[in-house]
Design a protein. Structure first.
Length: 285
C-alpha cells in the first residue's frame, strides 16, 4: 500500500510551523516528528492527512537538558536518547530502564518521546511515565503557548486535550529526589509488542516508612493514569510484602479495564495486579 496524496511542509521555526498548522488543521493537517505511528497508518491508508508538517529541522526542538527542577524534552528528542541516563540520579536511571521496553531498536532510533505523548496510545510507556510523574506538556499555536498538566492532557484512547492547531513542543519531567526508589514492570505477549499491562511505582523512605508514593498504570484502561487512591495504601507503612500486596489489590480493584476479543476485564485485572506487585518488588532490589 502507498499513502494517499498529501502536501509536504518543511518549516524552519516553531512559529512558522504553528502558522502552517493553523491554516491546514481544519483540512486534516498533521505534524510529523518521528512518524513511527503516523507513517505506517498512512501506508495502509488508515490515516489520510492532506498536509504533513515536518518539524524535524526546527532548531531547538531536539533539546534535552535539565532546566531548573525539571528535565526538558523537546519535540524531536528520540527514544534512543534515553538508552543511557540523561541526567544523574533516579530519573535518568528510570528513563534508561523504561526505554528498553519500547518497541524495537530501529523504532527507538527514529520515534520521539513527545510523539508518543501526542499519539496517546494507552499502552505507551512514555505516556505512563508522564502520567505517573505529573509531567507538564507544553503546547503552542499561532497565538500563544500553554502548559498542560499530564492529569488534564490524556483524554482517552489515542485522544488528548491538544487543540487541532496546537503543536506539542516540549515535555517536562520533574527531577526526582536522590533517594527515590522506583520499579517498573510490563507484560506483553512478545518482546516489542504493545503492553497489555504495565506499572510504574516510586516512593521514598523516611524513618523506615514509605513517603511520597506514586503508582502509575498503562495498557489496562483507556488512558494512562496515576492511581492516588491506591497510593494511600503505601503511604506511612513499612515496605513489606504485605503492604505491597495490599497496594496491588487496591489497584486491581480501582481500574476500569479495557476489553477486547483476546483479553477480558478479569484478565486485565489479574495482569495489572501482577504488574504492580512485580514493580513494587523491584523497588527493594
Amino acid at each position: 500500500m502507498k499513502p494517499a496524496p498529501f502536501v509536504y511542509h518543511k518549516p524552519h521555526t516553531v512559529d512558522e510551523a504553528a502558522a502552517v498548522l493553523a491554516q491546514v488543521a481544519p483540512d486534516y493537517g498533521r505534524v510529523l516528528a518521528g512518524g513511527q505511528s503516523l507513517v505506517p497508518s498512512m501506508a495502509f491508508r488508515l490515516a489520510r492527512p492532506t498536509h504533513l508538517i515536518d518539524i524535524n529541522n526546527i532548531a531547538g526542538l531536539d533539546r534535552l537538558a535539565v532546566d531548573g527542577d525539571a528535565l526538558s524534552i523537546g519535540a524531536t528528542v528520540r527514544h534512543a536518547s534515553f538508552h543511557r541516563p540523561v541526567t544523574e540520579g533516579p530519573l535518568g536511571q528510570l528513563l534508561a530502564f523504561v526505554v528498553q521496553h519500547i518497541a524495537h531498536y530501529p523504532i527507538r532510533t527514529r520515534g520521539t518521546f513527545c510523539g508518543s505523548l501526542a499519539n496517546a496510545d494507552p499502552a505507551s510507556e512514555w505516556c505512563m511515565v508522564a502520567a505517573t510523574l505529573d509531567a507538564t506538556i507544553k503546547a503552542k499555536n499561532r497565538q500563544n503557548t500553554r502548559d498542560i498538566p499530564a492529569e488534564d492532557y490524556f483524554d482517552g484512547i489515542m485522544s488528548t486535550t491538544l487543540k487541532e492547531d496546537e503543536i506539542l513542543v516540549e515535555a517536562r519531567l520533574p527531577i526526582l529526589a536522590a533517594d527515590t526508589r522506583f520499579g517498573f514492570y510490563e507484560f506483553s505477549r512478545r518482546a516489542g509488542d504493545l503492553a497489555l499491562a504495565m506499572a510504574l511505582v516510586l516512593y521514598r523512605i523516611r524513618d523506615g516508612k514509605i513517603v511520597e508514593p506514586r503508582i502509575g498504570i498503562g495498557g489496562v484502561e483507556a488512558r494512562p493514569r496515576r492511581l492516588r487512591e491506591a497510593e494511600t495504601v503505601l503511604a506511612g507503612r513499612e515496605p513489606t510484602a504485605a503492604c505491597f500486596r495490599a497496594a496491588a489489590e487496591a489497584v486491581a480493584d480501582a481500574i476500569e479495564p479495557l476489553e477486547d476479543t483476546q483479553t477480558n476485564a478479569a484478565c486485565r485485572r489479574d495482569l495489572i495486579h501482577t504488574a504492580v506487585s512485580r514493580a513494587l518488588k523491584r523497588t527493594s532490589t
